[in-house]
Design a protein around this ligand. Sequence first.
Ligand SMILES: Nc1ncnc2c1ncn2[C@@H]1O[C@H](COP(=O)(O)OP(=O)(O)O)[C@@H](O)[C@H]1O
Ligand SMILES: [Mg+2]
Length: 299
Amino acid sequence: MEITPQIWAVGGGKGGVGKSTVSTLLAFWLARMGNKTILMDVDLGGANIHTFMGIKSPPRTLNDFIAKRYDSLEDISIETEVENLRIICGACDILTLANPHVAQKTKIIQNLSKLNAKYVVLDLGAGTSFNVLDFFLVVHRKIIVLTPQPISIQNAYAFVRNAVFRRLSRLSSQQPYLQALIRTAMDTNNELRVKTIRDLYQVIEDARGKNVMNDLEHEIGKIQPQVITNMITNPKDKNAGRVIQIVSEKYLMIHPTNLGGVVYDKRLHNVITEMIPLTTLVKSSDAFASVYDLVMKLI
Ligand SMILES: Nc1ncnc2c1ncn2[C@@H]1O[C@H](COP(=O)(O)OP(=O)(O)O)[C@@H](O)[C@H]1O
Ligand SMILES: [Mg+2]
């Protein structure tokens, strides 16, 4: 029987905060709970999910799909040691894919919902390029990973803000005047003195009327990121997610959920260097227990 998968994406912040680790653990638990799950590496610049699963050189990658050697994403998926869990590997070493053409990105996005799984978890990779944001904006669950460091909180907020502006820009793509306004507002030193999304909505209402403004506000309100704070070493660290919540509500008028934290566990570091599957740590690492709790909140 065909099922349409529920798609989750993990993004936000620079490299090193644990996006790939958290994606892998989320997918692991979804599979362990008996759901057919696919973990997909969309980190087009630095694919590494396969190493997390103990696979040295993947037999098939996203690049084979882009290059039309395979017709569907389903065909390039690879079984793992974990029951119910398959992975789709990113295209490692292929620099051209770090900046795919719009057509390639669209092709991947359109194919996602054809995957034969209950859940698809996307590891989006670092940065706030349109490629990353466009994946983030189309999925059902928009997960942001950050660490308690101030710089990481800033990066995560920048990611959310860019996602909001990207959505606004696409929503107004047929309206040049609105587009120009939004582009101006993105610059924090703009001459319109638009500092927040609230200001922007006001300018749009003045120029285009209340209905136009309400429609935009309604669509943007649907962006509801879910924030996970990784590498927690003390209980106060969990407040990082709360900060994103507060500033997003105040300046972007959206309402992220603060999901909770994943504890720091130094054994996770060794896994990468020893080339053993991350998932073998399930019984010994508290990070797994943390992510189990998060998955229970998410499903
Ligand atoms: N909760 C954690 N505890 C300890 N180390 C972690 C944790 N999460 C991630 N790491 C380690 O941090 C490094 C970066 O993690 P990774 O998932 O690759 O980040 P990203 O995908 O955001 O670049 C890796 O060496 C990983 O093992
Ligand atoms: Mg990564």
